[in-house]
Design a protein around this ligand. Structure first.
Ligand SMILES: Cc1ncc(COP(=O)(O)O)c(C=O)c1O
Length: 422
């Protein structure tokens, strides 16, 4: 037990596995390598994964519905992806001159994203969004950015402002941002009416998880496209999660072409990656043959392990496989919702992404969210810390039925124990 230096409250990190510094504190702050692991309980450690299965350090077999936060669309250690990564590692892991797998992955992405011409790789979705914003600011000569309230675009200073002021982020940054509630066309028009030439970029996630996993309406997206064009603002669609949902990205389902698109997660086959994809007229800003082009680099950007693994992952993500796991998701939602109807909860989402919420709610309080994560783990399924379920291609109907039954049982246990007394 140690006193937290800022709040003076006591925090307990009592896992005997946690290694400590000489003052007795965990070497990793809070005991974690990243905050997203936190689910309000002493964590177990992942030790091995294969397909949809994951084993923790107690030897327990689990259904991996987290998939490293939607990344592992082909499950754990897919043989073909592993082989591609292994080959790349044996050839040198990363180099300081260009490599060929970059081209393979860029080709695969451009083939999926009609209307977009060029790709620049980053190490994460966060960096891709940061680069997209810088590019939009350079193109337009403006600073302002519009985002949806409670959207999530990573952990850059700017992106954190979607949920309001954030400690550690300069308050002045908020002067350049406007937040619009999801699907609120009137609010979006008002922002543009008030400041017609302020905004460099409008960033949208078509299925914002943090804002309730409700997809943007086609009317909202069409209006957003029109307003952005009319006001000289670049439309950035953030497909870091949603790219998995349709053969041409989720934009394909809306029939719109953004000016810039950000990607990550599935495009790296499980390895660190992000990408900025865009129309040539804008991406040309990154053309270093042109004097005055924008600075963009990153020691590991476009590294051959991530790009070789990612190119195979996209090859395996055929329209048929996307349709199959989306249909499994639709069936799971339908059966979960039939079972959960009396409980006042529902399972929401689109295709292969599902998440339980109290009916009509956009958020679940952290305490209940943590309890649902724990109840699910007790029943042998690993969710994301926000309770998002991501199906993967190694799953079949039998696995997804099993997963759904366990999830429903976990939700019911949380509903039947509202105070968390157990
Ligand atoms: C829509 C969206 N954008 C950006 C990001 C940031 O990506 P990364 O975690 O790779 O930095 C995420 C991560 O979950 C995301 O969901």
């Amino acid at each position: 037990m140690t006193a937290h230096p800022l709040t003076n409250t006591s925090v307990t990190v009592d896992d005997p596995h946690i290694r400590r510094n000489r003052n007795g504190h965990p070497i990793l702050p809070g005991g974690y390598g990243r905050s997203a692991y936190h689910v309000g309980t002493t964590p177990r450690y992942a030790v091995r994964g294969e397909g949809w299965r994951l084993w923790d350090d107690t030897g327990r077999e689990l259904i991996d519905a987290n998939g490293n936060f939607t990344t592992l669309i082909h499950g754990n250690a897919h043989p073909k992806i592993t082989e591609a990564a292994e080959r790349a590692i044996r050839q040198g892991a990363s180099w300081g001159i260009p490599n060929l797998p970059e081209w393979d992955l860029a080709d695969a992405m451009i083939a999926r994203l009609p209307g977009l011409d060029q790709v620049r790789f980053t190490n994460s979705g966060t960096e891709a969004v940061m680069s997209a914003v810088r590019l939009a600011r350079a193109v337009t000569g403006r600073d302002g950015v519009i985002m949806t309230k409670d959207g999530y675009h990573g952990t850059s200073d700017l992106a954190l402002l979607t949920s309001g002021p954030s400690r550690g982020v300069p308050a002045s940054l908020a002067d350049d941002t406007a937040l619009v509630p999801v699907n609120d066309i009137h609010a979006l028009r008002t922002v543009f009416d008030r400041h017609p030439s302020k905004f460099a970029a409008l960033i949208l996630d078509l299925l914002p998880n943090k804002a309730g996993l409700i997809r943007l309406t086609p009317e909202f997206v069409t209006e957003a496209r029109a307003l952005a064009s009319e006001h000289g603002t670049l439309l950035i669609i953030d497909e870091v999660i949603s790219l998995r949902l349709a053969p041409n990205g989720f934009i394909g389902e809306y029939n719109i072409v953004p000016d810039l698109l950000t990607a990550g997660k599935v495009i790296g086959g499980g390895f660190a990656i992000g990408a900025l994809v865009g129309r040539e007229e804008y991406m040309e800003e990154l053309n270093c043959w042109v004097p005055g082009s924008l600075a963009h680099s990153g020691t590991f950007s476009g590294n051959p392990v991530s790009t070789a693994a990612g190119a195979v992952a996209l090859q395996l993500l055929t329209p048929e496989e996307i349709a199959r796991i989306n249909a499994l998701g639709d069936d799971a939602r339908a059966s979960a919702n039939a079972a959960l109807e009396p409980s006042g909860w529902e399972v929401r989402g689109y295709g292969s992404l599902l998440r339980p919420f109290p009916v009509g709610a956009r958020k679940v309080d952290t305490e209940r969210q943590n309890r649902l994560w724990q109840a699910s783990y007790e029943r042998g399924i690993v969710l994301s810390s926000a309770n998002l379920v991501a199906l993967s291609t190694p799953m079949d109907a039998e696995v997804v039925t099993d997963l759904t039954e366990r999830l429903v049982d976990a939700v019911q246990s949380v509903v039947n124990d509202p105070e968390g007394r157990r």
